[in-house]
Design a protein around this ligand. Sequence first.
Ligand code: SF4
Length: 211
Amino acid sequence: MSSPRTSAIKTLPAQTIGYTLRDSRYLNITNRCTLRCEFCPKFNGMWAVQDYQLRLDHEPTLEEIVAAAGNPEDYREIVFCGLGEPTLRLYTLLEAATRLRHRAKRIRLNTDGLANLVYGRDVTPDMEGLIDALSVSLNAQDDETYNTHCRPKLPGAYEAMLDFVKCAREFVPEITLTAIDGLPGVDMAACEKIAQRLRVGFRRRVLDVVG
Ligand code: SF4
């Protein structure tokens, strides 16, 4: 899940699976999404984060993902991200995290929080010991505002995302909800209150800045 700083695709090199921003190593494992966010740059033909071209010509294999992590010990964290929803490749993601676990200082997953809805079960126990931190896109203070901006493909997405967070608290040590400041109708204070009520962290994001 991303809202990248974009630039023109025509000036960019071939697809990027692993890329470094600040001192984190990001892994771009799919372009598929459960949401169709109206603010998403990819729907406007913009597929780049800074100078990295994130449009994939194929979904990377497990071996390609692990190789793209480089030397995990050199980074503050490994982040499963991409211009898509990483949990749509949950089992590949978990296997990659297993392989990187002993070398990575920290493993974070950026997600829309809809994996339980997609897989029809609580997948959060699978993350125990593998994922250190979750950044979950809350994006709105209520179902209606969420549906307007995120346009989920599956019904019941907003409640499912909140339930996912409740379940994940038992298995992932650090959870942060995020919302993008400046989207029409999004009440940042109300979003932060939801995070407090769920006893997880909150981070305000700025549109078009990845992280
Ligand atoms: S979750 Fe939304 S913003 Fe992120 S890549 Fe998918 S459609 Fe775009």
